[in-house]
Write a protein of this length. Structure first.
Lengths: 756, 236
């Protein structure tokens, strides 16, 4: 019955099948094979990445829950825990952008409230092909509408995120969603099944045929037939999830619950197996008791369905009625579908007849683990070469101003109008970012910051990644991603506490991709260790390829930081004329992998900026001190587009308030115009522009000196122009209005065009 | 004063309204579950924002049949102050407690941002502390806030001074560029003929703290709290 064709359709390799037969001591039946196929899929088993993930730092005095549960948790004081995780929904979002993104949001929210936490903030990290490429706008509109449709309805604010446009993602967009919740540290709930005879309940939406083999789909590459996989994408119902959320939180307030887990990837299979496995127990269910939306569903289909908004929970003996009553209040049926056993088996019955019987361990701990072959990609040697002397501004001259050489004003306007740098207002105003009345740093103002009601505290949140850097050097690129996310949180005045990662890569069966993955994980580990931000969980998304072409290796990092005093939060905007602008850190004119090279010269080349982790740590610690002592009025870090873009962005959304700064030149090329460009647009790391009340400048410089952070007065705010001098010569002189217009319409104009 | 905050299963601004009434204004506050029929002695009712029953059908179309809506209607008919915010406004329209209907936003996209509102009428319990023509900066967050009424109904509404708030530019002038959703006559808030029931799309509870970037929403709460104090003074 089980022939090579069946195995291939289940994404199982012949040697994996041999292992299954060994574990079982017999041939599996089709239902069992289906269960193995989803549990052993890359998506559920992390078989290619697990060895590397184990090297990440996961501990610290603040860590309450590291990887292995539904989400991680850190201590935020006053008896509270921040519970957070990031997860990808890339493959479904490419096939069906609205539902793919919506169910991604639904899934990560369930992971958070499953832990007993009230979800209070969402962020997302999105990557698409270039905006003028066919199909990108449809994908962007669909994904944004899907995130909005789910998050807005359930009433969790989307307070920040990032969006990057890059041809590498045209056939494989990335949709990474982050959720944060708050729980009492003593009340964190885990996904365990224990206590022989305890009832196993199913609650939530009915099971249909949607999403069967979603996990397997997410573990394969795309080709022209991918649209045929549409039935494997699920449809989200945020109202149902709202009911589940409220009912589950209410049940959790009683102590009638042993454990609870959502049915995400691999649905009923994964939840029954993992809960049993974590509790050192077994779970026995009868699929005929599972509420079904369609008639004639087979045990195979019921076990593998990925219908959304379903939870599995184990209640304490004698407390069942209490649990059922709470779900009734929310018009939900909690249905008893089985019980906990002592034999460590997943046993599935259908009307009392056993249809699958597998040791939990075979599906979890004993799942395959691969140390796949790896080798440095062939492209790398050439891509890292960047000969600046060979660059001329003719590329830009052709594109921007055919008749005259490009001046820095035109370059800056071009960068500000790049959709990756430009304002994301078109996107975030579709998200309810204020519901729950906690948002104190609105989207577009730096890290998202939410206050914690009932305390003076607030949490700052940022998600960042840089695929281009990682393509050119995955180790350094991944370190830079950690540093940037953590720095953004520090700019808001917060002390980074912990991180979550989402690893988006191509096909790990190719040695070059595996090398990228291993190097990136090593980079994340190094940076997290040095910056004191342990990884508390995350997600791996492999096989991000279409027709054999992989995305840039893209680890995205979410960092959570704590402000002990919410009202000391710092934003990116300049606040008042006459404030002094201080530059923290040093620029070295590094253009490798920069947005400047991409936008102006159409080049993705060179090595990404160097990162001194000690200097970065000192800078971040200094930022927390400056905010805590209320010494700075704004802080904005240098990333895409370098210092010139940082200065411009510090002026935006501030009623046209201008600024003037003067910086030192760099020498990277015989062409002086390129030297100016490098000073303005180089992306050297560990730099932050702060604005300071004049009285406080001396103190700020003293604090910086004490912290070992280079700092110098660069200029001041005032007027309505944006002026920058390099080596004493004014090279940028623009009205803030003009610059802000270019930036504010960077995404909108692509949609306006279509209407016209 | 005791605030009653009605909770439908998909309400998601119920806690925000409760927080404002209780923690920011120091008033009594009670949640009123949609399946109940007891108003728990509330002196003012808030129907909060959210997606009452998922609103896959039409916003508020199912909420009007909730058991709690009977006592809400009786309370309103007796002159009790009722404020519908966002989804609450939509529910008041569906229930017939306010005239007109909501369409999807012009542009068909959800919009969340601060808008400018001009106070048109100050003889309602929720705007009594304002000065006529005063411009408030308060956020919106909705996909269906495009207010519509047929011409004769609209004329009736205008004649009887039922438009309480209009979207304007920061100078308080009518300006279609500052109308976020395409509402007819730039209507952002409305009262009934008896003036005790007010619906508004913007969220005053989101603009009550400096930390959140604005306090103009306090005026709505101050108005009703002051009105209540006044009525106590008159009828102790």
């Amino acid at each position: 019955m089980i022939d090579p064709g069946v195995l291939e359709r289940h994404g199982l390799k012949p040697d994996e099948y041999e292992q299954i037969v060994q574990f079982m001591g017999r041939e599996p039946n089709l239902t069992e094979l289906g269960i193995f196929s989803v549990m052993w899929s890359e998506h559920c088993s992390y078989k290619s990445s697990r060895l590397y993930l184990k090297t990440l730092p996961t501990e610290g005095p603040q860590v309450l829950q590291g990887p292995g549960e539904n989400a991680g948790a850190v201590d935020i004081g006053e008896g509270l825990a921040a519970i957070f995780k990031i997860e990808s929904h890339n493959h479904p979002s490419f096939i069906e952008p609205y539902q793919g993104a919506a169910t991604g949001v639904g899934g990560i929210i369930r992971d958070i409230f499953t832990m007993g936490a009230r979800p209070i903030a969402l962020l997302n990290s999105l990557r698409f092909g270039s905006l003028d490429a066919p199909g990108t706008r449809r994908l962007l509109e669909g994904v944004v509408a899907g995130i909005a449709g789910y998050g807005n309805s359930i009433g969790i604010p989307t307070v920040g995120g990032e969006i990057v446009f890059e041809p590498s993602y045209a056939g494989n967009p990335l949709v990474n969603v982050f959720c944060l919740g708050i729980a009492k540290a003593s009340d964190i709930i885990k996904g365990v099944a224990s206590g022989v005879g305890n009832a196993v309940y199913y609650v939530g939406a009915k099971t249909g045929r949607d999403g069967i083999h979603g996990a397997t789909m997410a573990s394969a590459e795309f080709d022209e037939k991918s649209a045929e996989k549409r039935p494997a994408v699920q449809v989200g119902d945020p109202f149902m999830e709202k009911l589940l959320l409220e009912a589950c939180l209410e049940v959790m307030k009683t102590d009638a619950l042993i454990g609870i887990q959502d049915m995400g990837a691999a649905g009923l299979t994964c939840s029954t197996t993992e809960m049993g496995s974590r509790g050192g127990a077994g779970v026995e269910i009868d699929v005929s008791l599972v509420p079904q939306r369609e008639t004639g569903m087979t045990p195979y289909e019921i076990m593998l369905s990925e219908s959304q908004e379903r939870m599995l929970l184990v209640a304490k003996k004698g407390r069942e009625a209490e649990v059922e009553r709470i779900f009734e209040k929310w018009d939900l049926h909690a249905v008893r579908i089985g019980h906990v056993t002592s034999d460590g088996m997943l046993r599935v019955k259908d009307h009392g007849r056993i249809v699958a019987e597998i040791p939990n361990r075979a599906l979890t701990d004993e799942a395959p683990l691969y140390r796949r072959p790896m080798s440095e990609p062939e492209y790398l040697g050439d891509a890292q070469k960047l000969d600046l002397s060979a660059l001329s501004d003719s590329d830009l001259a052709r594109r921007l101003q055919p008749s005259e050489p490009a001046d820095p004003n035109a370059l800056l306007l071009a960068l500000l109008a790049s959709p990756t740098i430009g304002s994301k207002r078109w996107v975030y105003r579709q998200y309810d970012h204020m519901v729950r009345t906690n948002t104190i740093n609105l989207p577009g103002m730096g890290a998202g910051v939410v206050r914690i009601k009932g305390t003076d505290r607030a949490l700052a949140l940022s998600v960042d990644g840089n695929g281009r850097y990682c393509y050119l050097d995955p180790y350094r690129g991944a370190m830079l991603a950690v540093a940037e996310a953590s720095r953004n949180v520090a700019c808001a005045g917060a002390r980074p506490l912990g991180a979550t990662n989402c690893l988006n890569f191509g096909n790990p069966e190719r040695p070059a991709i595996m090398w990228q993955l291993a190097r990136a994980v090593a980079g994340i580990g190094a940076a997290c260790r040095a910056l004191g931000v342990p990884i508390t969980g995350g997600n791996v998304s492999l096989y991000n390829e279409t027709d054999g072409s992989a995305i840039y290796p893209t680890p995205t990092i979410g960092v959570v930081g704590l402000l002990e005093h919410a009202d000391r939060v710092v934003g990116r905007r300049f606040r008042r004329a006459g404030d002094v602008i201080v530059l923290l850190g040093e620029g070295r004119g590094e253009l490798g992998g920069s947005e400047y090279l991409k936008v102006v010269h159409s080049l993705v080349r060179g090595v990404p900026p160097a990162l001194d982790l000690g200097a970065e740590r000192a800078l971040q610690a200094l930022l927390a001190v400056l905010a805590d002592e209320r010494l700075v009025r704004s802080a904005h870090d240098c990333s895409d587009g370098g210092l010139a873009v940082t200065l411009a962005e510090s002026c935006f959304d501030a009623a046209g308030l201008g600024a003037e700064i003067s910086i030192e030149g760099v020498r990277v090329s015989p062409d002086d115009r390129l030297n100016v460009a490098a000073a303005l647009f180089g992306e050297s790391a560990s730099r932050v522009l702060v604005s300071v009340v004049p009285d406080a400048v001396t103190t700020v410089l003293e604090r910086a000196a004490a912290a070992g952070v280079p700092a110098r007065v660069a200029g001041q705010t005032g007027g309505h122009r944006l002026r920058m001098a390099v080596s004493g010569r004014i090279v940028v002189d623009l009205s803030v209005d003009e610059a802000e217009r270019a930036w504010a319409t960077a995404i909108e104009r692509y949609f306006a065009k279509r209407v016209a | 004063m005791r605030f009653g905050v009605v909770v439908f299963p998909g309400s998601n601004c119920d806690e925000d309204a409760y927080h404002a009434a209780k923690d920011l204004f120091g008033q009594d506050a009670e949640y009123l579950w949609h399946k109940d029929t007891d108003l728990k002695g509330a002196d003012v009712l808030i129907l909060p924002g959210g997606f009452a029953h998922g609103d896959y059908l039409r916003t508020g179309a199912m909420a009007r049949f909730a058991p709690i809506m009977g006592p809400v209607r009786t309370f309103a008919d007796r002159g009790g102050p009722v404020l519908g915010i966002c989804n609450g406004f939509q529910i008041l329209l569906e229930s017939g407690l306010l005239p007109g209907a909501m369409l999807r936003n012009r542009g068909l996209k959800y919009r969340c941002e601060h808008v400018c509102l001009r106070v048109e009428q100050t003889d309602t319990p929720f705007t009594a502390a304002a000065v006529q023509g005063q411009v408030l900066r308060i956020p919106i967050g909705h996909g269906e806030g495009n207010y519509f009424a047929p011409p004769d109904m609209l004329q009736q509404i205008e004649t009887s001074r039922q438009v309480v708030l209009r979207y304007t530019n920061p100078a308080g002038q009518l300006d279609e560029d500052w109308n976020p959703n395409g509402s007819v006559h730039a209507i952002a808030g409305l009262c009934n003929a008896a003036r005790n029931v007010v619906g508004m799309m913007p969220h005053p509870e989101r603009a009550c703290e400096t930390l959140l970037g604005g306090t103009d929403g306090r005026l709505i709460f101050d108005s009703v709290i002051n009105s209540f104090r006044g009525s106590l003074a008159l009828h102790p």
